[in-house]
Design a protein around this ligand. Structure first.
Ligand code: ZN
Length: 351
């Protein structure tokens, strides 16, 4: 299994456009300290990749990752689709950047998919440009990624007619290399999809727009507490090697603990170093935990849990208030003592 780290920053990136804090100023002075929004590319077949979360940086992230570059013909891209861990704007705004494609897949839970359709109106907005193929990201049994996901058992064989000028989003003859499933990590909704606000997710069904193809039978009214934020378990079908990607961890649930214990590599929420960091930095009244991110250290911190695992563990999704964004910070030595790494943009992980 081949993973490419496309970005490692929390919302805003580093530097953040409207911020002159020491971290952002330092990143402007030292470009090597810059971090793009957290994202990961997963190789699904020889020439087929999926991008985990579509950030506002996705265009640059693709350009800087050679395996994701188009080839050989006009409009032929190895990027087959997007897998979403949640519906947050920092993880979904990049979907609109892909409108030049004729078609691409978006794998998401029902809650996330309905938020994007009914609150952001992403389906109807993109329909005149590109065919968005929504696929259900399952909690229980994993699904294979590529090379030809349509049709699958139980799915109607009728496929929307391609537009005459359509060029396949990806062409691949290889067998699927990996499978993916979701592990719920929190019921935290994006602010734009707050509960009870107007026509919410599930309020009016799946809202399939012309040009969209919908997962049959996947309308899921309510979604209370389920599927708003998930971790991804990505498994190599040949070797059984497993990676766990969890850029937002609100609670260390039993399901997440089980998945962590079985994983060979974990890439985990490192948004905040300690629980008081957001308050101390003056970015808001809530603690890290209150913002839906377990801190790295302190009570309930994730470092102790990760240090107890034999797997390779890396932190990602660093906020610009996190001291770890400074490569000279003493906190790096503490992490090294626990055997934990900080993921870097451009990192290649082979399992
Ligand atoms: Zn800043």
């Amino acid at each position: 299994m081949l993973l490419r780290v496309l970005g490692t920053a929390a919302g805003g990136g580093i530097p953040q456009w409207n911020c002159a804090c020491p971290s952002c100023t330092g990143a402007r002075a030292h470009p090597a300290r810059r971090r793009r929004h957290a994202s990961l590319a997963v190789q699904a077949a020889d020439d087929r990749w999926y991008v985990v979360n579509a950030t506002p940086d996705i265009g640059d992230q693709i350009e800087d990752c050679p395996p994701l570059l188009p080839s050989p013909g006009t409009r032929q891209t190895p990027v087959a689709g997007i897998i979403l861990t949640d519906a947050e704007l920092d993880h979904t705004l990049g979907i609109a950047r892909l409108r030049e494609a004729d078609a691409f897949e978006v794998l998401a839970t029902a809650a996330v998919r309905d938020a994007l359709r009914t609150r952001l109106h992403l389906g109807t907005t993109l329909a005149p440009y590109a065919e968005v193929r929504w696929r259900d990201l399952p909690h229980a049994s994993p699904i294979a990624l590529g090379p030809e996901p349509w049709p699958e058992p139980g799915r109607p064989t009728a496929r929307p007619a391609a537009r005459p000028e359509a060029v396949p989003a990806a062409t691949s003859t290889g067998k699927p290399l990996v499978e993916v499933s979701a592990i719920p990590v929190s019921g935290k909704r994006p602010r734009y999809a707050a509960a009870g606000g107007g026509q919410g997710p599930g309020a009016g069904g799946p809202h399939t727009a012309p040009g969209e193809t919908a997962e049959p039978g996947s309308a899921d009214p309510g979604h209370e507490g389920a599927g708003w934020s998930v971790a991804l378990r990505i498994t190599d079908r040949a070797s059984g090697a497993t990676a766990l990607y969890a850029p937002a961890v609100a609670t260390w649930s039993a399901a997440l603990a089980d998945a962590a214990a079985e994983a060979d590599c974990l890439i985990v929420d490192g948004t905040f170093w300690d629980d008081e960091e957001p308050i101390r930095a003056g970015i808001g009244p809530r603690t890290a935990t209150g913002m839906g991110h377990l801190p790295i250290v302190g009570p309930g911190g994730t470092a102790e849990r990760l240090a107890a695992l034999r797997a390779r563990c890396l932190y990602t999704h660093l906020n610009n208030t996190n001291p770890l964004v400074d490569p000279d910070a003493a906190e790096h030595r503490r992490l090294a003592e626990w055997g934990i790494e900080v993921a870097a943009d451009g990192m290649v992980i082979e399992l």
